[in-house]
Design a binder for this molecule. Structure first.
Ligand code: ZN
Length: 409
């Protein structure tokens, strides 16, 4: 794909496109059209997701109203209690939360959320942003259904600068008041295919949605561009042995909802998928391409060999990545999951700073070409060189990632 084409697509689609919004739907349809222009057959598939409208959210701390955003899907009501700050969800910290509203450094996970409620917490406050940044942005967070499992508690998110002020001024009482209307809505996956000589597929995936504050050019329009780049290369280079199926995934940012829906709705076809190649963030101006391999050790060596041949450095390792590859691997489809780690002072995600300024068309082209060529090498293989087997080590990590099992202490 030319740098000019990359720039055009960033200009047209590099806008905020959160799960279940009309902008997300627009992007799903846009990517289908772009894929068709390149010679693929494309369609958009809807799936159900929980949605909500926050009518009002208020945090009053020590009599002062603090700017906040209510947690989506955490329920409605009012709670008043003393504030407690905990740096972690360890047993000693949790021994201090009974009857309190908890301000924590990290977002509670499935296990720590229930630990916190079991310990008697009556509400929670989280924060994001950065004390050094000039903005006072507050990200919109949600109490994910698989995390709460029907057990709701009122929560708000605030900016890091306010969180520091609260902790400095302890002790104090706080009030959380939220009113929201919860229901169901639609999100969208786009599927674009170029059939091969056999009836099996190499499936690529990249999420198309963004976080509420982010234009999501790096995270993850660059992944979508990699898929389009591969479709273009596949169409130009003639028939390949395996078919190429690209899944542009909706609602990844809410806990892989789109890829979970895809593998569920297409469960019967999964044994025809030899491999998944997932792309989540490439093309940052600085930084290093990584690849989390959800397959046998030999698949790591295979990628390392290709990287050496191309003179393209990749840090490949056998581990789970927090992206759509996990939904495929969890159903037995081995995966290569590519991403780029940029230094935190060059590029950050999930904020207003993921606006296109941290990537370049030139670097996107270089990174995408490498991944596309690697994918097509696999698509051209007589038999896929990656065994269709998920190692025990990865199965264990998936159990932990999907909160079926606690991580060993
Ligand atoms: Zn992402």
């Amino acid at each position: 794909m030319t740098q000019r084409e990359i720039q055009r697509i960033i200009k047209e689609a590099g806008n905020i496109r959160i799960s279940a919004s009309k902008e997300e739907k627009w992007t799903a349809e846009y990517l289908a059209k772009e894929a068709e222009k390149l010679g693929a057959k494309a369609r958009v598939e809807a799936f159900d997701v929980p949605v909500t409208t926050i009518n009002s959210a208020k945090l009053i701390a020590g009599g002062r109203e603090i700017p906040c955003k209510g947690y989506e899907l955490c329920g409605s009501g009012r709670v008043e209690a003393p504030l407690v700050y905990i740096a972690d969800f360890d047993p000693i910290s949790l021994s201090k939360v009974k009857g309190k509203i908890v301000l924590s450094d990290s977002y509670p996970s499935t296990f720590t959320y229930h630990d916190m409620l079991d310990a008697g917490a009556v509400g929670f406050i989280t924060y994001d942003g950065d004390v050094k940044w000039r903005d006072n942005d507050i990200d919109l967070r949600e109490l994910r259904g698989y995390m709460a499992q029907g057990r709701k508690a009122l929560g708000v998110n605030i900016n890091a600068k306010e969180a520091v002020k609260l902790v400095k001024n302890l002790p104090m009482d706080v009030v959380i008041e939220i009113d929201q209307t919860e229901g169901m809505g639609k999100s969208w996956n786009t599927i674009a295919e170029i059939p091969g000589e056999c009836d099996e597929w190499i499936t690529m995936s990249a999420h198309l949605d963004s976080r509420p504050l982010a234009k999501g050019v790096w995270d993850n329009l660059t992944g979508c561009l990699t898929l389009l780049n591969t479709l273009e290369m596949a169409a130009k280079t003639g028939k390949h042995h395996y078919g190429l199926r690209c899944v542009f995934v909706g609602s990844e940012e809410r806990g892989l909802l789109g890829s979970k829906a895809y593998v569920k709705d297409h469960e019967a076809e999964l044994d025809k998928i030899a491999l998944n190649v997932n792309v989540d963030m490439i093309g940052s101006i600085m930084g290093k391409v990584m690849c989390c391999v959800n397959a046998e050790e030999s698949a790591v060596a295979y990628l390392n060999g290709f990287a050496a041949e191309k003179g393209f450095p990749v840090r490949a390792m056998q581990r789970v990545m927090s992206s759509d590859s996990s939904s495929f691997a969890d159903k037995g489809v081995p995966a290569y999951s590519f991403g780029k780690m940029a230094p935190h002072n060059q590029a950050v995600i999930h904020s207003r700073y993921d606006d296109g300024s941290t990537v370049s068309a030139k670097q996107i082209q270089i990174d995408a070409d490498f991944i596309s060529e690697f994918t097509l090498k696999l698509a051209d293989a007589a038999i896929c060189p990656v065994p269709r087997k998920i190692p025990e080590k990865i199965k264990k990590e998936l159990d932990e990632y999907f909160f079926r099992k606690r991580k060993d202490a």
